[in-house]
Design a protein around this ligand. Structure first.
Ligand code: MG
Length: 304
């Protein structure tokens, strides 16, 4: 009998997994692995090793790892935009940036109302071309993940970068907004709050914010789920609307109605996940020091 790598808590989870696939440990050697993003054209997974100020590249073709960029502004979260370009949240750069098709580094946003961002953390692109990102203070709180300095803005917000470049603050009532993703129809914006790292009175949660009909703003957020093992950092939503999120003990999977339907234990704290592979059915998992993956019976969005 092959032991499943998953724990099924709800029958709906059975349709999303294979009981016979294995959690594969692909590489180890990071201090804090984060920010996975899959580049379909290259079949590369790019991810961050934040304290070491470097990006690493996993090549699916031959299972090798190499350094992609160092120093890198202590990059944290990434996404791949609708033209296949890598978009980065830079802790010490304190900007959102993109690698253009010709290889040049372009800053997409650096300030809100004339003040520098804290340390952009995680990001997603909406179908209208805008970018939505979180800006907690982890990259300015310590010398480990960036450089210590005061917050110019004085709060940790969620922002939207319009295709014109204009920056607006969308959510200002979270302690430390962190992971961020849309539901498949973009009617909901999910945002994790890791504020418990600074104030234990803030529960580790993911909130769901209704996107207003203008497509550019959100209504009041509702509690979607609360973590019982560490906290939620980064997460992704599959094409069926299920949330696959990092926790302190592995990956938790939630149905769109907020039910915890399954767990995938990982022997390290997990900081983020993303979908990759040519069929986008390979879940890449960022353990604290190691890269893992497991094939699942669902798919991630085309770019995430
Ligand atoms: Mg994060």
């Amino acid at each position: 009998m092959v032991e499943s790598p998953h724990i099924v808590l709800d029958p709906r989870f059975n349709a999303l997994i294979f009981g016979h696939t294995k959690l594969e440990k692909l590489w180890t050697g990071a201090r804090w692995a984060e920010g996975p993003a899959y580049l379909p054209a290259a079949r590369h997974l790019i991810f961050s090793d934040i304290p070491n100020d470097r990006l690493l590249r996993f090549n699916e073709d031959d299972n090798t790892i190499s350094v992609f960029l160092t120093p890198c502004g202590h990059q944290n979260g990434h996404t791949v935009d609708h033209e296949g370009r890598l978009v980065a949240c830079e802790h010490s750069g304190r900007v959102v940036s993109r690698i253009e098709h010709d290889g040049t580094h372009k800053v997409l946003a650096s300030h809100y109302q004339g003040k520098r961002f804290n340390s952009p953390n995680d990001i997603v692109q909406k179908s209208d071309g805008s970018f939505w990102f979180t800006d907690p203070t982890y990259g300015i709180d310590s010398e480990y993940e960036g450089y210590v300095t005061e917050s110019e803005i004085g709060g940790s917000y969620v922002y939207r970068i319009d295709p014109s470049g204009a920056v607006t603050a969308l959510i200002t009532d979270m302690k430390k907004p962190n992971g961020i993703a849309f539901s498949p129809d973009e009617s909901l914006l999910y945002v994790a709050d890791t504020g418990t790292t600074h104030d234990p009175s803030f529960a580790p949660v993911i909130r769901a914010f209704p996107v207003k009909p203008d497509g550019k703003t959100v209504g009041e957020g509702k509690l979607f789920c609360t973590c019982d093992a560490g906290l939620y950092d980064g997460f992704r939503v599959d094409t069926k609307g299920n949330i696959w999120t990092s926790t302190g003990v592995g990956v938790y999977t939630y149905a769109p109605d907020g039910t915890l339907i399954g767990k995938t234990p990982v022997p390290e704290i997990v900081g983020n996940v993303t979908f990759g592979g040519p069929k986008r059915n390979r879940l890449y998992i960022m353990g604290q020091t190691s890269l893992y993956s497991i094939f699942v019976n669902t798919q991630g969005p085309k770019y995430c």
